[in-house]
Ligand binder design. Structure first.
Ligand SMILES: [Zn+2]
Length: 123
């Protein structure tokens, strides 16, 4: 039986469905959406972007990761990023205009002031 995981912000009432909890000794070691032929989550750029934006957006808020049996009905009713209900928001809309997409040396639109903070020193 599949058990699903959720990343939640209880202050904003927003959630991200993490997919199936892959478990070893009853503890999740990863989450996976889709069949075994699909890439792991860490290799999916859009999903990675959503997670990192979520962490930034909810800094200082009460966030946690829960399995579905730990979720209340009220938490299931939160706005879901990537969900398909009217109150939900698509990944595309969630990431639209996010300045985090322009940070870093691999981004063609990188902002030098931000991207260079941890880079190698040239002097
Ligand atoms: Zn929040």
């Amino acid at each position: 039986m599949s058990i699903y995981g959720y990343l939640n912000c209880h202050d904003c009432r927003q959630t991200l469905w993490l997919g199936k909890a892959l478990r070893r000794d009853c503890r999740p070691f990863a989450f996976h959406i889709g069949g075994p032929e699909l890439s792991p989550h860490w290799a999916r750029p859009q999903l990675n972007q959503v997670v990192w934006k979520f962490l930034a957006d909810h800094t200082g808020h009460r966030i946690d990761v829960r399995l579905e049996d730990q979720m209340t009905d009220a938490e299931h009713a939160c706005q879901e990023i990537g969900g398909d209900r009217d109150e939900d928001i698509s990944f595309e809309s969630y990431l639209a205009g996010w300045p985090g997409l322009t940070v870093g040396g691999d981004s063609p639109a990188a902002e030098p002031d931000v991207a260079g903070d941890r880079g190698p020193q040239s002097s």
